[in-house]
Design a protein around this ligand. Structure first.
Ligand code: THU
Length: 137
């Protein structure tokens, strides 16, 4: 599969994942799809809570599903919402993506129509705090 076909497919999965978004407070449906090195895809939606700070973003739902299924590296992640603008991962999600990202991970930020732009980890979280810092301390 060519890269652009592969990214279109991953974006489609992220758009579909919005269906189960639990968003009684914000009404903002987000979906994410992560790709693992062996080609598996895990999807996730945002899950909110009456205690607003307990909300879990779509990206982290998808990543936690992958890791809990034994897949702890991610080669790409697609993110989409109901917005006509591209949706970018929040700060907490950028940190969590960095934890499990392979070198060269692609971040596919899409809008509700499936248009997208590709980013690198360095584009969205330069000078990331990673486990390397802990090892060297
Ligand atoms: N949200 C995500 O799911 N991912 C992001 O990267 C940005 C924010 C969710 C959290 C909350 O449920 C809603 O969008 C509004 O912030």
């Amino acid at each position: 599969m060519g890269k652009s076909m592969e990214w279109n497919y991953l974006v489609e999965k992220a758009l579909q994942a919005r269906e189960f978004a639990y968003v009684p407070y914000s009404g903002f449906h987000v979906g994410a799809a992560v790709l693992t090195p062996d080609g598996e895809i895990f999807t996730g939606c945002n899950v909110e809570n009456a205690s607003y700070g307990a909300a879990i973003c779509a990206e982290r739902t998808a990543i936690v599903k992958a890791v809990s299924a034994g897949q702890n590296t991610i080669t790409a992640i697609a993110i989409a919402s109901d917005s006509e603008d591209l949706t970018f991962p929040c700060g907490i999600c950028r940190q969590v993506i960095a934890e499990f990202a392979v070198n060269g991970i692609r971040l596919i930020c899409a809008n509700r129509n499936g248009d997208y732009k590709e980013y690198s980890m360095n584009d969205i979280l330069p000078n990331a705090f990673t486990k390397d810092a802990l090892i060297k301390a």
